[in-house]
Design a protein around this ligand. Structure first.
Ligand SMILES: [Zn+2]
Length: 271
């Protein structure tokens, strides 16, 4: 990304909350039923009485629970409930409980494999695959702790994408590709499940302006009257949180530098 675009996106961008509200209002006016991924998956086909048009709305709270709360307030005002995924670093038990109370779907945005890859500076696919049992142990413990802390069932999860995953070529969702592990920890649905994605062929993900959307603006799909429109949104692209973004940018730079350091120190000389 051009540096100026990055600075603009992280520090200067005017709030896009109004644009967010207009997108959802447009979907509602065009007779879309807005829902989270769990409900979309459970219903399989449009219900008899329900709308034939479905707008699947997922939020990955990578940063900034404050803007997540602002997005949720907009949706609550419109009577909408989507899916919300929180990382360990963005967990906000009050917001998570409030979303669940208003029929929103709350899930875990997990990244245990990336965390271990960064801690150990794993470089290759084989090294990452060898770390899967340990990553699963951590996932199990983190999810259990999060369930206790929130009092929520958290039966849906979505993998976070980290530079370390791209480096080793193994996404975090590999953890949940193991069906028996998934059953053991009580996860019913993963946001990247192939059969879920197959039912939502038109997928848009928000990104920083000026581009705004990867694939296409969901308004275009709504305008064409597509039966299923899917949008994945992240708080940081809708309202700037300068202090949070500065901290996040610095943390990512440090993570990147640390990851590239050589793994083994020179042997100490004795004597
Ligand atoms: Zn994420």
């Amino acid at each position: 990304m051009i540096l100026w675009h990055r600075i603009h996106a992280d520090f200067l961008m005017p709030s896009r909350l109004g644009e967010f509200a207009r997108l959802l209002e447009t979907a509602l006016h065009a007779d879309y039923e807005v829902m989270g991924i769990q409900r979309f998956w459970r219903e399989r086909a449009p219900s008899e009485e329900g709308s034939e048009r479905r707008f699947v709305l997922r939020h990955d709270v990578d940063t900034d629970p404050g803007t997540a709360a602002a997005l949720w307030q907009i949706e609550r005002g419109l009577g909408i409930a989507g899916s919300w995924f929180f990382r360990l670093s963005t967990r906000d038990t009050a917001l998570m409980a409030a979303i669940a109370l208003s029929n929103g779907e709350v899930g875990y945005h997990y990244e245990e494999l990336a965390t271990i890859a960064k801690e150990r500076r794993l470089r290759t696919r084989d090294e990452a695959l060898a770390a899967l049992p340990e990553a699963r142990d951590r996932f199990r413990a983190n999810l259990a702790e999060l369930r206790v802390a929130t009092g929520l069932p958290l039966r849906v999860a979505a993998s976070h994408g980290d530079f370390a995953n791209r480096h080793v070529g193994v996404p975090n969702w590999t953890l949940l590709a193991d069906r028996s592990f998934r059953d053991e920890v009580g996860i019913d649905l993963e946001g990247y499940d192939a059969d879920l994605l197959a039912r939502m062929p038109l997928r848009s993900t928000d990104t920083a302006p000026p581009r705004r959307w990867v694939a296409e603006d969901p308004l275009a799909a709504i305008g064409r009257g597509e039966p299923v429109v899917y949008a994945l949104v992240h708080p940081r692209h809708w309202r700037v949180a300068r202090a949070i973004n500065a901290r996040d940018d610095v943390a990512r730079i440090i993570d990147g530098v640390r990851y590239r350091l050589p793994r083994f120190r020179l042997p100490r000389r004795h004597g």
